[in-house]
Ligand binder design. Sequence first.
Ligand code: SF4
Length: 217
Amino acid sequence: MDTSREEKLAAIHAGIRVCTRCRLHETRTHAVPGEGPADARCMFIGEAPGAREDECGRPFVGMSGGFLDALLAEVGLSREAIYITSVAKCRPPSNRNPRADETGACIPAWLHDQIALIDPEIVVTLGGVALKALFDEDVRMREVHGQVREQDGRRWLITYHPASAMRFPEPREGMREDFRKLAEMPASRDAPPGGPSSVAGNYPRVCSPASEEEDAP
Ligand code: SF4
């Protein structure tokens, strides 16, 4: 285990929990920094916390989180091998989308450091809000999902948000297809002896998910 990287990630998480850089801090219960191994090969980036996530300070713990876990399991991927975060770490009021100035404050303050530290080979953007915030693109997800882009020395896979895939058949099938592609994408970073040759491998868990107690008021 890379203790230094673990400690640096914990420091980023601690900073996010007390961040006041945008108006979303005024209405949050808990900021949701992210969760997963500090040396994850794969990072998921969603939109912003919802009500359940805001309650307990962990990403994707509501219904769409359960759906995401099930979809990952279908293609043989484990959530425990993936670092999951979002473009805004605090819940927007009334579940509105995060605004451009909010993601514009949050991404350079925190997400850039998370990506640089964790250094994932593959980043998966979940949904149109994350795509817009990261690539400045207003496009129909059905036209771009499944694309793999090379940027900053990483592969970026574009897919739907699980909340949308949970509700509607077309995004559900699209996301399934994209996750099958993800499971087959080769990982190039040196694997531990006997370790995986793709992101679908049984990569050892190196970072326990944050407990709900950790973020309890
Ligand atoms: S959304 Fe991001 S920038 Fe805004 S207060 Fe929360 S952590 Fe800070």
